[in-house]
Design a binder for this molecule. Structure first.
Ligand SMILES: [Zn+2]
Length: 366
């Protein structure tokens, strides 16, 4: 089956259940992630003054390698599957693009080679590949995680096991998943004296995607570790508080309503985006990308988001208050009139961020 993405056309295997599902065995192509790949091309174009080589670590059909090569990168791919290697090579040839597809274990490959950009796009958790990725990358590591249930605490034990952090299933689950992932990535990089700073992150259609800029040096890595900490949360009244520390000192009883609280962490509490970087990527998303408009809207909303480690869900608050909700624009304006910062988030139309506490939000709206 032929698929067109941006300026390239590739061959992908037919699946038993149609194009919308990956079989998980052999060669995997996920059409749902075209938005993810279009944004990746935007990132690659935005950083092409400093980056030249790109490794598509989970090559499969070779779609990422082909698109990076079309964006002018010197590309490599890697896969252990015979059929995938053959298909990726033929997809480069079909588009008259150069690139090397290696038939080997990708962790071994990342230990022995370096690239400016290393892209991890596995099915499930990226954790088995991140140690090698930070050693095989010079400038940027890009990571997709599709295991959102472990990341946001819905599959608790699996989340603890994979990420070495306690995730909690809160009403801000996209933010929780992102920050549990970032915590694990920042800690992994720090073990090699690498500071991995998130410059762009988004949570879309059941996956988390993040781009980390790498800087060398133990001190830079130490400074990032200071951005790790814990979030205390009340499931009943939605009160929450965060604390930058590696020694947990949880609040066990909600100061607003007396309910026992939950603590998550260590999670990443620093910025998940560099707004200037995100704006550069908005300008670099190619016009011929199928999702160009959607990608630019998403990135504009990411750039405008307040730098807060949790978000609220407006419907949850109004349900708790037992009142019909007001329109989001009016709601945010009321918060600003009361002197708070407030923004929408890219997670959905009912989500917002503010520096107001839950009691402050109530007072601003009443
Ligand atoms: Zn409470």
């Amino acid at each position: 089956m032929e698929v067109r993405e941006g300026a390239v056309t590739i061959e992908v295997p037919e699946t038993r259940h149609g194009a919308s599902e990956g079989s998980g065995d052999g060669v995997f192509y996920n059409p749902v992630q075209e938005l993810n790949r279009d944004i990746t091309v935007g990132v690659l174009r935005a950083v092409d003054g400093t980056c030249d080589s790109y490794l598509d670590a989970m090559t499969a059909s070779g779609i990422r390698a082909v698109r990076a090569a079309a964006a002018g990168y010197s590309v490599s791919g890697c896969d252990v599957d015979d059929a995938a290697v053959e298909l990726a090579r033929s997809n480069l040839e079909r588009n008259e693009l150069a690139g090397e597809i290696h038939h080997r274990n990708v962790n071994a490959h990342m230990h022995e080679t370096t690239h400016d950009v290393v892209d991890l796009d596995p099915f499930g958790t990226p954790i088995p590949f991140v140690d090698a990725a930070f050693q095989g990358a010079r400038r940027y590591v890009c990571v997709t995680a599709t295991d959102t249930a472990p990341l946001c605490g819905a599959h608790f034990e699996s989340g603890v096991r994979s990420y070495g952090a306690v995730p909690r299933n809160t009403e801000f689950h996209p933010e929780m998943g992102l920050r549990v992932l970032l915590s694990a990535l920042v800690r992994t990089a720090a073990r090699y004296d690498i500071a991995a700073t998130p410059v762009l992150s988004h949570v879309s259609s059941h996956y988390v995607r993040t781009y980390l800029r790498l800087d060398g040096g133990a001190q830079a890595a130490d400074r990032l570790l200071e951005e790790l900490g814990y979030i205390d949360h009340c499931q009943r009244c939605l009160w929450r508080e965060h604390d930058r520390t590696l020694i947990a000192d949880p609040t066990v009883e909600c100061p607003e309503c007396g309910q026992s609280t939950w603590t998550a962490g260590p999670v990443w509490l620093g910025p998940a985006h560099d707004p200037g970087f995100v704006e550069d990527v908005v300008d670099s998303v190619p016009d011929d990308a199928d999702t160009a408009e959607k990608a630019r809207d998403l990135l504009a909303s990411v750039a405008a988001e307040l730098d807060r480690p949790t978000h609220y869900d407006q419907h949850r608050l109004y349900k708790r208050w037992g009142e019909p909700n007001v329109a989001m624009d009016e709601f945010l304006e009321s918060l600003r009139t009361a002197g708070y910062d407030a923004s929408r988030t890219h997670y959905g139309g009912t989500t917002f961020k503010t520096d107001a506490a839950v009691s402050g939000i109530y007072d601003a709206l009443h």
